[in-house]
Design a protein around this ligand. Structure first.
Ligand SMILES: Cc1cc2nc3c(=O)[nH]c(=O)nc-3n(C[C@H](O)[C@H](O)[C@H](O)COP(=O)(O)OP(=O)(O)OC[C@H]3O[C@@H](n4cnc5c(N)ncnc54)[C@H](O)[C@@H]3O)c2cc1C
Length: 479
């Protein structure tokens, strides 16, 4: 065991007094997974890792850290792709991981709400809703590990935003501990409350820089009993946008997901998954995964899907289509989509750009950005996929086969990200649609946000965290 420095010993004694010795992690091997991010791009050091079990423990931790000027890095499932959930390498921060606060405390099926502690994983929240014959509709690839607190702190999106909205739309109340230990609580579960500023919104998407989210009241939706899923090939992104318009018109509310997949993305994931074959017999440059869901029978839903696909096949808007004929089939289709992110992580050497633009510009954006990136590196593989229904694409150029990840990223990482971000901004878009800012995009904000926005962000930070102790050096660019 490392001998703690005097200040580390001081912090350790204080944390042990609050949470107990077994909830303080100090052994280097046990601390290691808490100080490196999911993609292993950001590695820091921590004074110690603390695992509180209640809001009152979080409050006491924050009170002590505030009084002793100790920085705190809140952490959920540590699945962030932006480096926001791990400490810097100064070794001065306490990592506060919420995983022990994992209770669903109430399901109110009349109010259609569920109250959860922040450390409940997304999977567990979805299962709890299901056990009450309800749906908690947030769906993201990391749902087995990510936590509701992390989902709120990043305003997570995912594959069902088209129908249900992102995390901001799925929450009615929040409890958060402020940097000085005070507790802010709005856990009433009200759909209407116009008594001044909606303060809970400040914490959503703040990536742990304004408060530690400890609990939330989540909205529940009616359970979906049927799903109809298809993977279809289209000529290009413009055709996909046209198909989306048709799908909205024909399927209305039942249209739940509309995910774009480029050919290199499909090739990469099929290679990663090994024995899984593409549902479509031939390879196509562009595909879309469409899902309709409803609380009723499957047959009308299948009919609706065919009502979208048949005329589109006839007119040539859709080149080919595979409709899932069973639940297992549908799962395979989804697995192909969901595993693209991990396939890239394992392969290494992709420049991840999580951008959004208005739907009306998405095809132009993809075309222009692809052209500019190919001018920089003609052999790059254009891994492009994502939630097209929301105008959100993961535009992630992947290293040429004959270049190592390090070579490619050193030569082109920065310039590709700049080209893509510039084009997103030119098309009235955002340089971070759903993954947040963390460290990865922090400094880029200076180029893409108006000075007044940066100034206001700092003023809010100053009001809540005047000592800059909560997740310092994340999100807010230094001006
Ligand atoms: C395979 C894969 C697929 C993904 N797909 C999607 C997707 O489709 N859509 C999407 O939006 N994201 C996606 N992500 C990104 C990531 O899973 C989300 O950002 C998720 O919401 C993070 O939750 P987490 O609990 O892991 O948070 P962490 O990674 O632990 O933390 C993320 C940020 O939130 C802060 N934070 C965490 N918990 C709290 C808390 N209780 N209070 C205050 N601040 C806190 C941290 O300090 C950090 O800044 C994906 C990631 C992976 C690995």
């Amino acid at each position: 065991m490392q001998i703690p420095s005097p200040s580390a010993q001081h912090a350790l004694d204080a944390m042990r007094a609050i949470v107990g010795a077994s909830a303080c992690v100090i052994e280097p091997a046990e601390v290691a997974p808490y100080v490196i991010d999911y993609r292993k791009l950001y590695q820091g050091q921590a004074l110690l890792v603390v695992l509180p079990a209640s809001t009152s423990e979080v409050s006491r931790i924050m009170t002590w850290c505030h009084a002793n000027n100790v920085p705190v890095v809140p952490q959920g499932g540590n699945t962030s792709l932006m480096g926001g959930a791990v400490p810097d390498d100064s070794g001065t921060a306490v990592v506060l991981n919420l995983k022990r606060m994992n209770q669903v405390t109430e399901i109110d099926s009349v109010n259609d709400t569920m109250t959860v502690q922040a450390g409940v994983t997304l999977n567990a929240a979805r299962s709890a809703a299901e056990s009450a014959s309800r749906l908690f509709p947030l769906r993201i690839g990391s749902e087995g590990s990510c936590q509701i607190g992390g989902n709120l702190a990043t305003n997570a999106g995912g594959t069902a935003v088209l129908r249900y909205g992102n995390m901001r739309d799925l929450v009615l109340g929040i409890e958060a501990v402020l940097p000085d230990g005070r507790i802010f609580s709005s856990l009433k579960g009200l759909r209407k409350d116009n008594t001044g500023y909606d303060l809970k919104q400040l914490f959503i998407g703040s990536e742990g820089t304004l408060g530690i989210i400890t609990a939330a009241v989540l909205k529940l939706a009616p359970q979906q009993r049927s799903a109809s899923v298809a993977l279809v090939a289209v000529e290009n992104p413009a055709a996909a946008v046209q198909l989306l318009g048709e799908a909205k018109r024909v399927a209305g509310q039942t249209l739940t997901a509309f995910e774009l997949i480029s050919r290199p993305a499909l090739e990469l994931v099929l290679d990663y998954l090994g024995k899984v074959a593409s549902p479509l017999p031939a390879l196509h440059d562009w595909m879309v995964l469409i899902e309709l869901t409803s609380g009723g029978d499957e047959q009308p839903l299948n009919d609706t899907l065919l009502g979208i696909l048949e005329p589109a096949l006839e007119s040539g808007l859709v080149l080919d289509a595979a409709v899932a004929s069973s639940g297992a089939d549908a799962q395979t289709f989804w697995r192909i989509r969901e595993e693209i992110s991990d396939a890239q992580t394992r392969h290494g050497g992709s420049v991840r750009c999580d951008v959004s633009v208005p739907l009306s510009r998405i095809a132009t954006f993809i075309e222009a950005a692809s052209q500019r990136v190919l001018e920089l590196e003609p052999e790059v593989r254009m891994v492009i996929y994502g939630h097209m229904g929301d105008g959100n694409v993961h535009f992630n150029p992947l290293r040429p086969k004959n270049q190592s990840a390090a070579q490619f990223l050193a030569a082109h990482g920065k310039s590709i990200a700049e080209v893509v971000d510039d084009l997103a901004a030119e098309n009235k878009g955002s340089i971070s649609a759903e993954h947040g800012v963390g460290v990865a995009k922090r400094d880029a904000l200076l180029a893409y946000k108006a000075p007044v926005e940066i100034e206001l962000m700092w003023q809010i930070k100053q009001a809540l965290d005047p000592k800059n102790l909560l997740n310092p050096s994340k999100v807010l660019p230094l001006t």
